[in-house]
Design a protein around this ligand. Structure first.
Ligand code: IYR
Length: 221
């Protein structure tokens, strides 16, 4: 079917051996990705984040509404304000709101209310979910499956940043309402994920975690 807003699909079949080899290569590369909480302050080479955000923007989305905005924060003063607001929320979380069960679950990660990486990382990518759109006349139009769409886009983004040689953290200070305030985002944008990005600090260590083997995550029918 051509015309009517349709174009031919750009697709080529691969040899079976090449299919497995490509899948294995990506798997081995992504297996090395780890969430990092200690960053070096070195700046990110020009153009890298832009290409990675284009990659995120290629994700599928409900009714192709592309319901995402990626705010790149490199300004030290803005990073400081984000750190201060995040630490204020996290102090309440670790001090009062956290349950014993949650505290135990987090213990192996060694996290606490101190978030110096929010200032040290050369960039923070703050991902916003566009719950709806606002037309020029102020009328609201619906977006669809925004949680799923933005989640998939974040997956693309994390994979792209890793492939480009950068370390990331998926950080979810809770509640995250302060991010829309600090970054002066409109009411239709809801903070979804805060991703510090950069090079890992010299000597950076990460928790000794294992991934579930295939036979625990895959079922064939
Ligand atoms: N947002 C807090 C707590 C936290 C929660 C989960 I679930 C984690 O996997 C890691 C941390 C913090 O960032 O410290």
């Amino acid at each position: 079917m051509s015309g009517d807003g349709f174009v031919p699909l750009n697709f080529r079949r691969l040899d079976p051996d090449e299919m497995v080899a490509r899948a294995r290569e990506l798997r081995a590369d992504l297996a090395r990705r780890r969430s990092v909480r200690e960053f070096a302050p070195d700046p990110i080479p020009a153009g890298v984040l832009e290409e990675c955000i284009r990659c995120a923007g290629s994700a599928p989305s409900g009714a192709h509404r592309q319901p995402w905005t990626f705010v790149v924060v490199r300004d030290p003063d803005t990073k400081r304000r984000i750190r201060e607001a995040a630490e204020e929320e996290e102090r309440k979380l670790y001090g009062e709101r956290i349950t014993d069960e949650w505290r135990e679950a987090l213990a192996p990660l060694g996290t606490d209310e101190h978030k110096p990486f929010l200032e040290i990382a050369p960039a923070l990518i703050v991902v916003f979910r566009r719950a709806y759109e606002v037309g020029p006349d102020g009328a609201h139009s619906k977006n669809y499956y925004t949680q799923e769409s933005v989640g998939i886009a974040c997956g693309f983004l994390l994979a792209a940043l890793h492939r480009a040689g950068l370390a990331t953290l998926t950080h979810t200070p809770s509640p995250m309402g302060f991010l829309a305030e600090v970054l002066e985002r409109p009411d239709n944008e809801k903070a979804y994920l805060l991703i510090p990005v950069g090079y890992p600090a010299e000597g950076c260590e990460v928790p000794d975690l294992e991934r579930k083997p295939l036979d625990e995550i895959r079922i064939e029918r």
